[in-house]
Design a protein around this ligand. Structure first.
Ligand SMILES: [Zn+2]
Length: 466
């Protein structure tokens, strides 16, 4: 082959289909993986980087997060919003992400500006999932798919009885859900419902808050207002309607054993079902000593739910792990459990949690981590032709990690605008050393690469056929 731009030598590489990494050198050229070589192969290269002791994983494709500006989590408003949160992503080995885009305007109008603002600041590649809440947005499904390559749509099933007002969104109903499923199916799209039976959650919330107006019950009280059956019921309903409409469905932030069973039931019944969970449901529960920082929706559950999610992850029954990153700062967590805003940051810790709590502690194989964080989300979300695997011809998006490095998460090291982490004080085994996007370092030797700002590019997606 002609000269490589970069030769990564002396490391171990996680290849598609393998459970464990193998010793190999990687030649990168033109932003792509040019060759996977026997260790020590002589090859002309413009730059050589030795990575002994390190493991090369496909860069993480985070299919669940929220970008915004200040307390607003609808979309980035300035290039610096994108630059800051993509620094957090690069630090966490994330090379491409797909935030949920929230608006009440038609997305044909919103997307050009949001893409331009994000490209001006982003250090990693990105796409967007539109959140569909209005008739005009429903009418624009075909345009999103065809003109923008954005074929995955979120719907907040809990936006009823005024629940959406917190995010400035109108109510929807099951008729609207059904029409979205039909419209997405007709365009080869995918629907990602936020599953909550909110009318039932309202009943439970009123009961719990009457008994505990100050919120002394903390995370357990929050969980009691929207318990697992509220999540599971909505998964069954949406999964059933998706089967009727012939639409694939992706269940975001699966948090409980009951919700997991409901989603797997829809899969067994013949639905094209994808299941995502998030790091915090694997590491925290209602007994965790994190106060309102642990207020998340769906709530943190019981220890038994956490362990059920680990068992499913280890058995390959969960498809993806997404961060559900929210960048709001600590001021959003004031005022007690009832007033605090839900959500937590997670871009920096998604991969470290899986390396430390999964690989080091529970024997989750590095090949499984590559599938959960890169191969599966890339394929399911329509990026699989170029991203998610380390193979010749694929884009050179890489997370290079030291699986044995021990480190401690400190608040002072958080790069997200959130400025805090659920994992402060945690000891991790496994650290991200370098992150490359299309062959360029965006995080190098554990440090920022300033020139990476503005190099991330919008990714048009096309979902794989059934
Ligand atoms: Zn979310």
């Amino acid at each position: 082959m002609p000269q490589a731009d970069l030769l990564l030598s002396g490391g171990r590489v996680v290849l598609p289909g393998a459970e464990d990494p193998v010793e190999a050198d990687l030649a990168l050229a033109g932003g792509r993986i040019a060759a996977i070589l026997a260790p020590g192969t002589a090859l002309p290269a413009a730059e050589r980087v030795a990575i002994p002791g390190l493991v090369v994983l496909p860069g993480v494709v985070d299919a669940h997060l929220h970008l915004g500006h200040g307390a607003d989590i609808s979309r980035p408003r300035t290039p610096s919003d994108a630059a800051q949160e993509t620094l957090a992503a690069a630090a966490g080995g994330i090379t491409c992400f797909i935030p949920y885009l929230l608006s009440t305007d038609a997305y044909e109008q919103v997307l050009p500006e949001v893409i331009a603002v994000t490209e001006a600041g982003a250090r990693i590649d990105f796409s967007y999932h539109p959140i569909v809440s209005t008739e005009a947005q429903l009418a624009g499904i075909a345009a999103c798919v065809r003109a923008f390559g954005a074929p995955s749509f979120k719907i907040f099933l809990n936006n009823r009885g005024g629940e959406g007002k917190r995010l400035g969104l109108p109510d929807i109903d099951d008729g609207f859900l059904f029409r979205l499923l039909e419209a997405a199916a007709a365009e080869g799209g995918l629907v990602c419902p936020h599953p909550e039976a909110i009318e039932i959650a309202f009943v439970l919330r009123d009961r719990v808050r009457r008994a505990d107006p100050q919120g002394a019950g903390g995370l357990a009280a929050w969980n009691a207002t929207r318990p697992p059956f509220v999540e599971a019921e909505a998964i069954r309903r949406a999964g059933y309607l998706a089967r009727i409409a012939g639409c694939p469905i992706y269940f975001v932030h699966t948090s409980s054993a009951e919700a997991l069973a409901a989603a797997e039931g829809e899969r067994v019944a013949g639905g094209r079902v994808f299941i995502e969970t998030c790091p915090h449901y694997l590491t925290h529960d209602v007994g965790s000593d994190v106060g309102t920082l642990g207020k998340i929706n769906p709530p943190l559950r019981e220890a038994a739910d956490r362990e059920a999610l680990w068992r499913a992850l280890l058995a390959g029954r969960i498809d993806t792990v997404g961060s559900d990153h929210v960048h709001r700062d600590l001021s959003a967590k004031e005022g007690g459990i009832w007033a605090a805003s839900p959500g937590c940051p997670g871009l920096e810790t998604l991969l470290p949690v899986l390396l430390s709590e999964g690989h080091a502690k529970r024997g989750l194989r590095l090949g499984a981590i590559a599938r959960l964080t890169a191969g599966n989300p890339a394929r399911i979300m329509g990026l699989g032709a170029a991203k998610g695997r380390i193979a010749p011809g694929m884009e050179a998006d890489l997370a290079i990690v030291d699986p044995a490095a021990r480190w401690r998460m400190e608040r002072s090291a958080v790069r997200s605008a959130a400025g805090w982490s659920l994992y402060e004080g945690w000891e991790f085994t496994g650290r991200v050393v370098h992150t490359l996007v299309r062959g360029r370092f965006v995080w190098r030797e554990g440090a920022e690469v300033p020139e990476a700002v503005g190099t991330g590019r919008y990714q048009r997606r096309r979902l794989p056929p059934p």
